[in-house]
Design a protein around this ligand. Structure first.
Ligand code: IVH
Length: 711
């Protein structure tokens, strides 16, 4: 495309997005995408100044005004900020203004969060809040005084009496440090003061609000900024009042004191004898705070741009700690007189720059919804997206949490969706950009059958998830086996994900019981298996057959049954056969087992595939009998006997044999003495063997021990 055509196209697009953003409060692209268009547009204008026409978005500070509210002309233009992406661009900014005024060289910098909210302008006459307006196009805003009055952190009268302020209890208020010990200011309160701040909603308040709306079955909001924008533009202030809006104030737009003096912020140095206002941004923030305005408590002042950048960059990583959405930090020349003298370019003051954090939210197209089957059979919807870059990573998939979420947010196939990728969190779909709909979007219908095995899916009372409860479902099998062999379950070492996949692919394992039927020949036929590896794996599998009942119950992966519940079950049922016969009532007798878990256990044992699995485990000798109820334990046949174990036993691990002996009433000690009843001998024994021989202590192998127990 010819560059001029591209320029015209960008102009149209940007004007459209500005209108959607400022007038309709319904942007269809994310800030990051808008920034990209804007930068391309600015570069074209810089290269071709002759193209610039009065309708260029660069020729006005904001967008058109909507007709709903009265108009308010701002006493001074409400400026915007130029962006800097990265340290280099921030240094380039300083370099540019240093060339204009060498005082920049030795000047200080104040750094503040760039709150992602709505800019508002607050007027105070003789200390009383008299008018509040939106930014509008930067020259004229809308009168939203009534709405702003409902924002509890906006002082209706300044200076605020600190004792009264402490009565405010909204969590948002705790964000800002209100002065408890107001210092007498060197500056008097001007008769007329106009300040500017950012209205926003904290993340916590936003989540609480959305939760409340969801519980009431109402539509939830996409993000705090949209919510705040909508709330400020309510024609009924009573509605605004129900939204948890708050504010941080950061600028004096205008002030007048007496009939004689009219000044622009910081245009001239403030006299220090009790009149005027501070001309350092840092001191201005303290002063605003002393008047009772909420002011950020993470602003800092630095002697050099490098320190300012370093501080800014620390917040890039910690931005979630702010408790509200910030899309960057603002680096400001601390000397406001100097900043004012430097003037502005278009709508951007030269004296400050927005150091942008990488965007975390972008919009893209939802191409489809894929359904994955997890180990426990839970079906999870996953968004297939038109590839999009978020903070340096190309994102093609994102989580949609669960099917209720899709319905609740009314996410449709083909929708333009807002996607968030923050920190290490898996990218997720926030919701649809409803205003970008063309009508071609299709509602999504969740599957009624498991996409992997075709069995009907089920829903458990009180849960949002849908499950495939077929234990033989191939999609679940890999994860099932992984869980079965894991540390807290059967603890079979050497059976990693890759090998599990290999075994399943070769058709050797169709359920977990098949593990115990594997032969050395079968393993040797698999890629990467040599003699020793095959031996080791088989030994580990067979050793696991001696794991106690609680571990086997855990290993089965019954929905809702974790290690603790499995142990409780093993204390109440001697084996899996007994457990499989339990009724809901039997199960609910056990502390910690409620109706949902009980139902899920019954459900598991009622399935044919699971019954077959139990039969196979039993046939393979994987059939532990629990302590307490077992005939073995009951006869306590080892009671009074002391054992020492040495060497490696064929099936029982060191822990396993100890448990085995103790369950039958015996004791295990470490060293052989005359009092030792038996030495249990395995392969490669140590010196204990010699000692036992010397002392004449009877020696058993594992089979002998088992025999002793069952006698
Ligand atoms: S200073 C001349 N400071 O960011 C002063 N702006 O992208 C210009 N914003 O329109 C603004 N936090 O609405 C300033 N601490 C902060 C800010 C801040 C948020 C907003 C403001 C501005 C936009 C520019």
């Amino acid at each position: 495309m010819l560059t001029h055509d591209r320029y015209e196209q960008l102009k149209q697009e940007i004007n459209f997005h500005l209108y959607r953003y400022h007038v309709l409060d319904a942007p269809v692209v994310s800030d990051a995408e808008y920034d990209r268009l804007w930068r391309e547009f600015q570069a074209l204008e810089a290269a071709h100044p002759d193209w610039v026409t009065p309708d260029s978005p660069s020729q006005r500070a904001g967008a058109a005004i909507s007709e709903k509210f009265e108009k308010v002309r701002h006493p001074r233009p409400i400026l915007s900020l130029a962006n800097a992406f990265g340290a280099e661009e921030a240094r380039a900014w300083v370099e540019r203004i240093r060339k204009l005024d060498e005082r920049v060289e030795t000047g200080k910098f104040t750094v503040e969060p760039k709150i992602d909210g709505l800019s508002v302008v607050l007027h105070y006459r003789n200390g009383v809040f008299s008018q509040g307006a939106t930014r509008g196009d930067g020259e004229v805003g809308e009168d939203i005084t009534a709405n702003l009055r409902t924002v509890r952190t906006i002082p209706l009268k300044i200076p605020v009496d600190a004792r009264q302020k402490s009565k405010v209890e909204s969590p948002a208020d705790q964000l800002t440090l209100f002065p408890t010990d107001l210092q007498p200011s060197a500056f008097a309160l001007p008769d007329y003061l106009v300040v500017r701040g950012e209205v926003f909603i904290t993340n916590r308040d936003f989540e609480a609000l959305n939760q409340k709306l969801a519980e009431a079955g109402e539509k939830t909001y996409l993000n705090p900024r949209n919510t705040a924008a909508g709330a400020l533009r309510q024609l009924d202030p009573a509605i605004t009042a129900t939204r948890p809006l708050t504010i941080l104030v950061y600028q004096v737009v205008y002030w007048e004191d007496g009939k004689l003096v009219t000044r622009e912020t910081g245009a001239r140095a403030a006299p220090s004898q009790g009149t005027g206002i501070p001309t350092s941004q840092w001191e201005l923030l303290q002063w605003l705070k002393s008047l009772g305005f909420p002011v950020t408590d993470v602003a800092r002042r630095f002697d050099s741009i490098d320190e300012a950048i370093a501080y800014t960059e620390t917040w890039d990583k910690r931005r979630d700690e702010l408790g509200y959405e910030a899309d960057g930090m603002v680096i400001k020349l601390d000397d406001l007189s100097l900043a004012a003298e430097l003037g502005f370019v278009g709508k951007d003051p030269r004296g400050a720059v927005a150091f942008k954090f990488p965007a975390r939210e972008v919009t893209t197209t939802l191409l489809g919804i894929e359904v994955e089957v997890g180990r426990t059979g839970v079906l999870t919807p996953r968004a297939a997206l038109a590839a999009v870059e978020i903070n340096g990573v190309i994102v093609k998939n994102a989580t949609l949490h669960n099917f209720d979420y899709i319905a609740e947010k009314d996410i449709r196939l083909g929708d333009r969706v807002l996607v968030k990728r923050a920190g290490e969190v898996i990218p997720y779909v926030i919701g649809p950009v409803v205003d970008a709909r063309t009508g071609a979007e299709q509602p999504y219908i969740p599957p009624a059958a498991c996409p992997a095995c075709g069995q009907p899916v089920e829903h458990f009372e009180g849960e949002v998830a849908w499950y495939c409860v077929n234990a033989a479902c191939p999609a679940q099998l890999v994860r099932n086996v992984e869980h079965f062999v894991s540390k807290g379950a059967m603890d079979i070492t050497g059976l990693g994900y890759k090998i599990v996949e290999q075994l399943i692919e070769a058709g050797l394992v169709k359920d977990v019981a098949d593990l115990y039927l594997l032969t050395k020949e079968q393993l040797l036929a698999l890629e990467g298996f040599a003699d020793k590896k095959a031996d080791n794996l088989l030994a580990a599998i067979h050793a696991s057959a001696a794991q106690p009942l609680n571990r086997l119950i855990t290993a089965l992966g019954i929905h809702g049954v974790g290690e603790v519940m499995a142990t409780d079950l093993s204390k109440n049922f001697p084996d899996l056969a007994a457990l499989s016969l339990a009724t809901v009532d039997d199960l609910q007798q056990i502390e910690g087992i409620g109706p949902n878990s009980a139902a899920s256990i019954i459900d598991w044992f009622s399935r044919d595939a699971n019954r077959t699995l139990l039969y196979k485990l039993n046939q393979a000798g994987v059939w532990p009998v629990a302590s307490g109820q077992s005939p073995v334990a009951n006869n306590q046949s080892l009671s009074g006997l002391t054992f020492v174990v040495t060497g490696t036993l064929p099936t029982l691990s060191r822990e396993g044999v100890k448990e085995f002996i103790e369950q039958s009433g015996g004791k295990v000690t470490d060293s052989v003495s005359k009092k030792t009843s038996y030495l249990v001998l395995g392969e490669n024994p140590g010196s204990k063997h010699d000692k036992a021989l010397a002392l004449g202590v009877p020696i058993l192998d594992e089979a002998g021990l088992r025999k002793l127990v069952s006698e």
